[in-house]
Write a protein that binds this ligand. Sequence first.
Ligand code: ATP
Ligand code: MG
Ligand code: FE
Length: 343
Amino acid sequence: MLGIESSCDETGVGIVRGTELLAHVVASSVDEHVRFGGVVPEVASRAHLEAMVPALEQAYADSGVRIQDVDAVAVTCGPGLTGALLVGVAAAKALALAHDKPLYGLNHLAAHVAVDQLEHGRIEGRVAALLVSGGHSEILLVDDITCDITLLGQTIDDAAGEAFDKVARLLGLPYPGGPHIDRIAADGDPTAIAFPRALTAARDQARHRWDFSFSGLKSAVSRHVQREALAGRELPVADVAASFQDAVCDVLTRKAVEACLEHDVSTLVIGGGVAANSRLRHYAEQRAAEAGIEIRVPRMGLCTDNGAMVAALGAEVVRRGHRPSSLDLPADSGLPVTQVVAG
Ligand code: ATP
Ligand code: MG
Ligand code: FE
């Protein structure tokens, strides 16, 4: 299975055989976005155009698999930036048409979860998933990663990765901020500043049991930074980063483990770029162990956007006998997580 990813700023091409990873090529345009402090859609689309064919060729070379040999072509068709998605979708259609292969338009978010199959083997039975990325923060109940996903809760404002990126900016760190905060926080005290844990109070349980909110936390960090500046104190950047990171990861893992217990599932899969965070991994392992839950987190290089995750989901979709997508497959920037295979 060949998988193509282009929903944001990573051009990814992966090749898998079932749950076996054969090629994993990622070309990122992140450096071109740094000076704008965020992804510029037009710049990302152009970069995908330039990177797509070299990435495909690299994947063929790395795996020794020729396009003639693949069984099918899978591609992210949403959610994401429309102009960016279109490049991957067009490339996948061209390959499918030229080489007479079935085409599968797949959901990027489901692929962030399915990628763990490459790391820890097939996901069997009902599991819960915590999906934490640049654009999404969701708790899912997954009965079948190819067609049966229930959205339990999601962020009501900023995504976790977005919060990392915005707070990094406040602290004068480059984009994307998540890895920088993770690195700097290692030297800080996570208990130095008591930042808020939104939607965890008893009064929120009825309406927002499994939802998240991170925009208030971001504002709290901003106020703290301003207050220190007004007082003429030097900002303890490492302590702020560690305390902020602790607040995010505390809430994410607490709710995810509670959701597992409440829905009687014994496995939690964590996916998306923020799953690369060291504090999140630490909390997840600790809390899952306490609750007797198995935790599955893919290695860091598979957490952020890549083509192998799309190929991994594609292989599972074929194994479960789903019909291919049409060659008219559109890019859908708002594709909901519950729709795994597009028409
Ligand atoms: P989506 O998947 O919702 O469409 P996306 O594809 O842009 O969004 P990903 O590539 O999955 O998101 O993840 C990127 C995000 O992950 C960024 O916000 C980045 O800051 C964050 N991130 C990456 N590494 C870390 C880390 N070590 N700690 C915290 N956040 C991280
Ligand atoms: Mg990215
Ligand atoms: Fe993503």
